[in-house]
Ligand binder design. Structure first.
Ligand code: PEP
Ligand code: MG
Length: 596
């Protein structure tokens, strides 16, 4: 009955890892763990503390075991997230916070753990930035593992014995460790009730190339073991019990995607060069060191944007030190396959929040004390990062990128602070690249309007269209109600970019574009026409962008841009671009197939 009722039932979620897979469901029923509060006597305090300590040790052992049983080198590379979870478990601050609550409130270990974790999670809840908000999940996974051990008194690891190869896992939620563990059984895909694109589980799924759709809402209650399901990680769709016709359709799409992927991986190795011989650099935007494998595989020439905010968020109780920064950037610098590595200094504040940094409550945070404004005010915080970058610059082609510049004073002040950092390091006889390139993000309209003056001060520009569009069109980039107005081809936006490009070139400096717009291959003709020297994007988009670049003629793109810029409205410009893309590069580049 259920099967008939749900034939072809289509559920929508978030496609977090591309690819299509068809297979039988293996339902992992691990609902939320529930705990009760118990008061304890003074004499029981030590017993609860020792229960907590042995649960922590048990969780560390379990996670280490998962790591040790991974036979495959490729999978092992992604165990950094398990390491991060182990580090949190080993952190004295974490254990001591719980112990303090056990002692202070005379309550059982589970409840004390819940009190402490709720406190941590509350601070993550305040974060508006969806990427940073997701980091709270890591703490939640650790919490659930510990509670399962405390309640069950033993192992909390999943029992994967019955997971037959090529199954599709359906679960309420999966931790990154679960995902890695399941992958040992070579599952073919997964779908979960909850989750978001930027969770670590999703990052692991992408790195391991397991098709996945998360945030489906109630998929666990709609399927049973052995149901046939389709996971479409491209469109973020799960289809339960597809009929024969739909299966055939998806098998054909799956075959097409496989061929396309092979083709993209081939193109990834090729140069980003137009038919008439114009070459531009194509780089990757990253947030984690763990993304480096993908960066290479998908053919990035360099890192156009390393968003460093996660470094601040992953330090739980204090701010990263100069040496913390140095170790991370040095790892990047030592990668020999990259021509350049652009480290963007802290872009926190506004919608991005780190509890260790005191930021006043603001009515309008997007226009408040954020990014470079905050760094100039909190000089020691800024210097720790700058010195970390400088130290690492001795090992590879690092560049410094300053976000949210709105005027020339900010640039001059920043340069003076960099000079001070250099002096301090020289005094300590620390080596660094004295000619390190310093650039600025062009993402505030005022910076565009004075880009001629700014170009005289720096070594390169990088246009952040995510913010530039937000500030130019007065559209909050995270407000879904106005997202329809978020239009990259708005004539005002194109004029701004054009001006910045022309000013950069007049001053013989390079100019990149690293907003989401760069990762949408259908905009490639426009970006080529604008004369940008470099594009930086989500690594998965690189082959498609290269393919578009290689299929186009630079001279023609300049003419096309002139025509597009004559259009009065973004709608007309989009229509013209669509028509041209269909004519020039039929197939892969229609609207909406940019990100994956
Ligand atoms: C941008 O604003 O376009 C950009 C690349 O920076 P972020 O998205 O991190 O603000
Ligand atoms: Mg920005």
């Amino acid at each position: 009955m259920k099967e008939e009722l749900f034939a072809n039932k289509t559920l929508e979620g978030i496609g977090v890892s591309s690819g299509i897979t068809i297979g039988r469901v293996h339902l992992l029923e691990r609902g939320a763990v529930s705990i009760t509060k118990r008061s304890i006597t003074q004499r029981q305090v030590e017993r609860e503390i020792s229960r907590l300590k042995s649960a922590i040790q048990g969780a560390i052992d379990e996670l280490s075991n998962i790591k040790d049983t991974i036979p495959d080198d490729d999978v092992r590379k992604h165990t950094f997230i398990i390491d991060a979870h182990i580090l949190i478990l080993q952190d004295d601050f974490f254990a001591n916070s719980v112990i303090e609550v056990i002692r202070g409130e005379h309550i059982n270990a589970e409840w004390a753990l819940d009190v402490v974790v709720s406190r941590f999670l509350a601070s993550f809840e305040k974060v508006e930035d969806p990427y940073l908000k997701e980091r709270g999940h890591d703490i939640r996974y650790i919490y659930e593992r510990l509670v399962r051990i405390l309640i069950g008194g033993k192992k909390s690891s999943m029992d994967t014995k019955n997971v037959k190869g090529r199954s599709i896992i359906v679960a309420h939620d999966l931790s990154p460790a679960d995902t890695i563990q399941l992958n040992i059984n070579r599952i073919s895909g997964f779908t979960t009730d909850v989750g978001g694109r930027t969770s670590h589980t999703s990052i692991v799924a992408r790195a391991l190339e397991i098709p996945a759709v998360v945030g489906v809402g109630n998929v666990t209650s709609l399927v049973k073991n052995n149901d046939l399901v389709i996971i479409d990680g491209e469109d973020g769709v799960v289809i339960i019990n597809p009929d024969k016709e739909l299966q055939k359709e998806y098998m054909a799409r799956q075959a097409h995607l496989r061929t396309q992927k092979k083709e993209y991986l081939r193109v990834a190795r090729l140069k980003a060069e137009t038919k008439d011989g114009f070459r531009l650099k194509v780089g990757a935007n990253i947030e984690l060191l763990a993304e480096m494998d993908i960066v290479e595989k998908y053919g990035a020439q360099g890192i156009g944007l390393y968003r460093t905010e996660y470094i601040y968020l992953s330090k739980k109780n204090d701010l990263p030190t100069e040496m913390d920064h140095y170790h991370i950037y040095r790892k990047l610098a030592e990668n020999r396959s990259l021509e350049y590595i652009t480290i963007r200094t802290l872009d926190i504040g506004g919608d991005k929040f780190v509890s260790e940094i005191e930021i006043p409550q603001e009515i309008n945070p997007a226009m408040g004390l954020r990014a470079i404004r905050l760094c100039i005010k909190e000089v020691p915080l800024f210097k720790a990062q700058l010195k970390g970058i400088l130290r690492a610059s001795a090992f590879g082609p690092l560049r410094i990128l300053i976000p949210m510049v709105s005027g020339i004073e900010e640039v001059r002040k920043t340069k003076a602070i960099i000079a001070e950092c250099m002096e301090e390091l020289s005094r300590k006889r620390v080596s660094f690249n004295k000619n390190i390139k310093t650039g600025i993000m062009i993402e505030v309209p005022s910076a565009c309007m004075i880009s001629d003056k700014l170009a005289a001060e720096v070594d390169f520009f990088s246009i952040g269209t995510n913010d530039l569009i937000q500030y130019t069109l007065a559209i909050d980039r995270v407000n879904e109600y106005v997202s329809y107005l978020y239009e990259p081809l708005h004539p005002a936006v194109l004029k701004m970019i054009k001006k910045a490009v022309d000013d950069a070139h007049a001053h013989k400096i390079t100019i990149a574009l690293c907003g989401e717009m760069a990762g949408e291959p259908r905009y490639v003709p426009v970006l080529l026409g604008l004369g940008l020297d470099e594009l930086s994007m989500n690594p998965y988009s690189i082959p498609r962008a290269k393919k578009a670049i290689r299929g186009l003629d630079h001279g023609y793109c300049r003419e096309l841009l002139e025509e597009i810029m004559k259009k009065d409205s973004p709608g007309e410009a989009e229509a013209m671009l669509d028509e041209e893309m269909t004519r020039l590069l039929p197939g892969d580049f229609s609207k909406g197939h940019g990100y994956n």
